[in-house]
Design a binder for this molecule. Structure first.
Ligand code: PPE
Length: 304
């Protein structure tokens, strides 16, 4: 990872190499940490952060679900993200706010632990490498997506990502690019770090929040694009076999953007044409890069 200049820690900017924590940090041992992933894009008016407010609101909601007191307001976190981008001085970056129970007492009860909040940023290119561009070869995981009766999936908690890592490693070890997880009812949930969309007979669909997924900010953007373009769209459950017989499939997420899935478990998806995905991907790229007027409301310009 290429170092940038600064990281924001508990209200102060520190040098990248000084942003360290103790090995007995409570959150590291018990997974009591929540985080966000936000992207800053270059636009004709300089760097801009895409849907900053929505990401920070989700951060606050994750904190609420986990009884964490962040100790910083939305406004303060927003300003910290923007100032970090200014200080790090790169045009495009990925911004990672994280809150965790800090070093102090050990034991399973985090109530009373000090909550530490940090924001880092780095340059993060293609999330799925070449596959993200050419089309992803995915496999349905043998791991079931964490059930929201066990861990609240709509809270972006580090613990959920142990489940993601198992699915991801299994997929990579078997020669695929990415995993798709079903939920405990056997219907499609999401990727380890992405939401999933399907097109069949020109109808766009994505699993509903009740299928136990993270409600992605990118997913929400895609839904709004589809509505604005007059596409037929549903939130509905689908099964593994419906994935195989899709006309188009794609992942969405901050890190991944919009990435076509060209194969699932060795079944080629569709007929090589991606009319709906292509339109949505183009609109997404235009929106994040400040080239789509109606969606400029989603950009926060960083300015010097
Ligand atoms: N589901 C999961 C499980 C998930 O982690 C993400 C984001 C999404 C859906 C899409 O959400 P959104 O980014 O708001 O559209 N995953 C983040 C972390 C990826 C990582 O590997 O780290 C991300 O894309 O930033």
């Amino acid at each position: 990872m290429k170092e940038l200049k600064r990281i924001w820690m508990d209200g102060k900017f520190v040098k990248w190499q000084d942003a360290n924590i103790h090995v007995l940090t409570h959150g590291l041992h018990y997974g009591y940490a929540i985080f966000e992933g936000i992207r800053c894009f270059s636009t004709p008016k300089g760097p801009a952060v895409f849907r900053l407010r929505e990401h920070l609101e989700r951060f606050q909601n994750s904190a609420k679900i986990y009884r964490m007191d962040l100790g910083f307001s939305l406004k303060e976190l927003e300003e910290a993200c923007l100032e970090l981008v200014r200080q790090n001085g790169v045009k495009e970056s990925y911004i990672r706010p994280i809150a965790f129970s800090a070093y102090g007492e050990m034991g399973l009860n985090p109530l009373g632990s000090r909550i530490s909040v940090a924001i880092a940023s780095w340059e993060w290119g293609a999330y799925l490498g070449e596959a993200g561009e050419k089309g992803v070869r995915a496999t349905v995981s043998s791991w079931v997506r964490v059930d929201s009766r066990a861990l609240p999936v709509q809270a972006k908690c580090s613990s959920n990502y142990a489940n993601s890592a198992l699915a991801k490693m299994e997929a990579i070890a078997a020669g695929y690019d990415e995993a798709i997880l079903l939920n405990s009812h056997g219907v499609v949930a999401e990727g380890p770090g992405e939401n999933i969309f399907r097109v069949k007979d020109r109808v766009l669909s994505t699993p509903p929040a009740s299928s136990g997924i993270l409600r992605g900010v990118t997913r929400d953007s895609i839904i709004q694009f589809a509505r604005d373009m007059g596409m037929t769209f549903y939130r509905n459950d689908s099964t593994k076999e419906e994935l195989y017989t899709s006309d188009e499939l794609f992942f969405s997420g901050t890190a991944v953007g919009v990435a076509k899935i060209r194969e699932v478990d060795g079944r080629k998806i569709g007929n090589g044409e991606w009319p709906i995905t292509d339109r949505l991907k183009k609109l997404y790229e235009d929106a994040v890069h400040g080239r789509a007027k109606p969606y400029e409301k989603w950009l926060t310009y960083v300015k010097a």
